[in-house]
Design a protein around this ligand. Structure first.
Ligand code: SF4
Length: 374
């Protein structure tokens, strides 16, 4: 869910501000297939038929009833709250409705996701992680947005398709609203949705969640954030992030495989794996890419991201027990000071090099010719 919000043309809630994250460059609408001969195995039929269009009536009914059952006893993420979300909320703070901050065509994604017309993005409020550096902490760590029923959300998908002319429906930070997402896709299907579904996740998903999404999601746009348990506890406030992400990414890849495109260079199906290189944590990035190559696929499409920027709690003054800011002593009393800087070029390069040495070869990278590459 590294996607950072852009101002909305559609639903826009409280003030959207400071897009400080370095934007992924946008591209000319020309297509050039780089390494065309080697990518040819990763093309799909055009027109592509989204997976949800292929489900039988009985499979659709099963998805619907499973979604309601999960909402009534929510263990759909590793927090395992066990709450009835029609009556109360768990760690993610969200009940049976979704809370949506922004719905809009979005141009901050990878070229193969955003294309020429943008990715139809839905930024959910709430999250099941508490990353101290969260790029969207104002909507992730608190409720901040519109309440929508699953049916209303499905109607927005169709509006993004028919009015926004976007290339896909991109669900950003959806891990805690998977049952509602399932119901919204089913409703949008009835209303005529024909776009691929992108599940844009931190990968802190349960296997039950991924199973519920099987047959509905076309592209898993998945983060793999950190490797060590101590790092996930300190920076993500989750004890078992890497263990969970390993299982989730394997399950996602088992469903949809490696990323495939239509001949216009737009991604349609598969896993696009993102790793945001963190300052001082490049060794963990190396462990992640080696594991991906060995245990998921050497043909995995990977984006090694360099746009880390200190945000949220990083670099803020430490607070005493009373909640009042402590005196800052020679700049040493800042929170998470070890990541209070931009990532260095050599740190990013070391992760890319580790990925290549592990056998990965399909990377998101700017095309030298400024055209559209795949
Ligand atoms: S999705 Fe929310 S309520 Fe359900 S287990 Fe996770 S944090 Fe708890």
């Amino acid at each position: 869910m590294l996607s950072r919000r852009a101002p909305s043309l559609f639903a826009r809630l409280p003030t959207l501000s400071n897009p400080t994250r370095k934007k992924i460059p946008s591209w000319q609408p020309h297509i050039q297939l780089r390494h065309k001969s080697s990518q040819i195995g990763f093309l799909v039929d055009d027109p592509y038929i989204p997976r949800f269009q292929l489900l039988s009536p009985s499979q659709l009914a099963q998805k619907r009833s499973a979604a309601y059952a999960h909402l009534s006893n929510c263990n759909l993420c590793p927090r395992l709250c066990g709450v009835n979300r029609f009556e109360r909320t768990g760690t993610c703070l969200i009940g049976a409705d979704v809370v949506v901050n922004t719905i809009a065509p979005h141009f901050g994604e990878e070229p193969c996701i955003q294309g020429r017309h943008g990715s139809g993005s839905v930024f959910f409020s709430g999250c099941n992680l508490r990353c101290v550096f969260c790029q969207n902490h104002d909507i992730a760590h608190q409720k901040n947005g519109f309440h929508l029923t699953p049916e209303e959300l499905g109607e927005w998908f169709v509006k993004l398709q028919d009015v926004g002319n976007v290339h896909n429906i991109n669900l950003v930070t959806p891990e805690h609203v998977v049952p509602q997402v399932v119901l919204s896709i089913l409703h949008a299907r009835e209303l005529g949705l024909k776009l691929p579904i992108v599940y844009n996740t931190s990968s802190f998903d349960s296997l039950e969640s991924i199973a519920l999404l099987d047959g509905l999601v076309d592209i898993y746009l998945a983060d793999f954030k950190v490797w060590a348990a101590s790092t996930s506890k300190r920076l993500l406030k989750a004890d078992n992030y890497a263990e969970t992400a390993r299982e989730s990414v394997k399950a996602m890849h088992a469903q949809v495989g490696d990323l495939c495109f239509t001949s216009d260079g737009l991604a349609k199906k598969g896993v696009l794996l993102r790793h945001l290189v963190m300052p001082g944590y490049e060794a963990e990035g190396g462990q992640i890419v080696r594991w991906l190559a060995e245990h998921v696929s050497r043909d995995l499409y990977v984006h090694v991201m360099e746009q880390y920027h200190p945000r949220a709690h990083v670099g803020k003054e430490k607070r005493g027990r009373s909640g009042r800011a402590r005196e800052v002593v020679e700049g040493k009393a800042l929170r998470y000071e070890e990541i209070n800087r931009a990532v260095k070029g050599e740190e990013v390069e070391s992760v890319k090099k580790a990925a290549q040495q592990a056998g990965l070869w399909r990377f998101v990278e700017p095309a030298e010719h400024a055209l559209f590459s795949m």
